[in-house]
Design a protein around this ligand. Sequence first.
Ligand SMILES: Cc1cc2nc3c(=O)[nH]c(=O)nc-3n(C[C@H](O)[C@H](O)[C@H](O)COP(=O)(O)OP(=O)(O)OC[C@H]3O[C@@H](n4cnc5c(N)ncnc54)[C@H](O)[C@@H]3O)c2cc1C
Length: 305
Amino acid sequence: MTADAPFRQLRGRLKAQAPLAARSWFRSGGAADWLFVPQDAEDLASALRQCPPDMPVTVLGACSNVIIRDGGLPGLTIRLAGGFANIETNGDGLIAGAAALDSSVAETAAQAGMSGFAFLSTIPGSIGGAVCMNAGAYGGDMSSLLDWVDILTHEGFLQRLPASALKMQYRHSSLPEGSIVLRARLKAHGEEDPTAIQQTMQEMRASREASQPLRARTGGSTFRNPEGHKAWELIDAAGCRGLRHGGAQISEKHCNFMLNTGDATSTELEELGEMVRTRVLDKSGISLHWEIKRLGRLLSSASSS
Ligand SMILES: Cc1cc2nc3c(=O)[nH]c(=O)nc-3n(C[C@H](O)[C@H](O)[C@H](O)COP(=O)(O)OP(=O)(O)OC[C@H]3O[C@@H](n4cnc5c(N)ncnc54)[C@H](O)[C@@H]3O)c2cc1C
């Protein structure tokens, strides 16, 4: 920590001008003004309470659904790590820390013979991100599992919210503005033979492998599916499959996925997405909406958006 750090007596790791590109699935983007990896919830609450009211706070999960802009993240960026990754079975469900990986949660549930979690084995994010995005696949999503969630408010106070308070919809939760998910209780749909669950998860993963560029530098689905349409079909029909802009490309394999083919900047990725939106609008009259969260400052801009 430097002498002019705006935080005192934190137990976790605080770093100024911390590069973030290596953390993002796209491998692009700038640095965090301040990156804090808290040791536990109390440590995080202490940082939030010390935050000047005008200082932006951003929380990152596994960065599998974000573009971190090239101008970096203003203010305080939080990364939840080991102290928030616990998973424990709990009656007819389990409690998972926000940093627990979705795949680990699915594996724990499978071993315990809990049904309803298999889809999580295909999503490369963390539970905090999954709650925030209402992540889903293969007909399941977080809204079908969530019982309650513990959050820290923007001001650093702990609250337990029932799932109903989050008003979860397709790839969206109404988390209180600026709040951080600490952990979530997920309730199983019922009991199922662990071997059968493992079989289902294997089939889901194989079908993923066949249809999505999983080993690429990508951010998952770029756009939400508009009501009654599939984003990839609209993108394909607009002639954007394989479209390139600098080092960014629309995947040939699944054209709702963007790729960093090597040295793409976040600006190029975002510009490519906007080119696709324009072409889809011209071709079909349908306006695509970003599913990927674009975080931070554009390179030329001093302000966040
Ligand atoms: C190859 C690939 C396949 C994918 N397939 C799917 C899929 O099938 N279905 C699907 O839904 N998604 C899919 N995704 C997208 C992504 O994995 C999910 O949206 C995931 O839930 C994001 O979690 P994350 O931890 O990576 O969140 P991040 O990408 O780090 O963050 C996403 C958002 O969540 C917020 N957030 C993260 N942690 C917290 C927290 N603790 N508290 C409050 N807010 C938080 C962030 O601020 C940000 O706004 C895919 C991505 C990739 C790369």
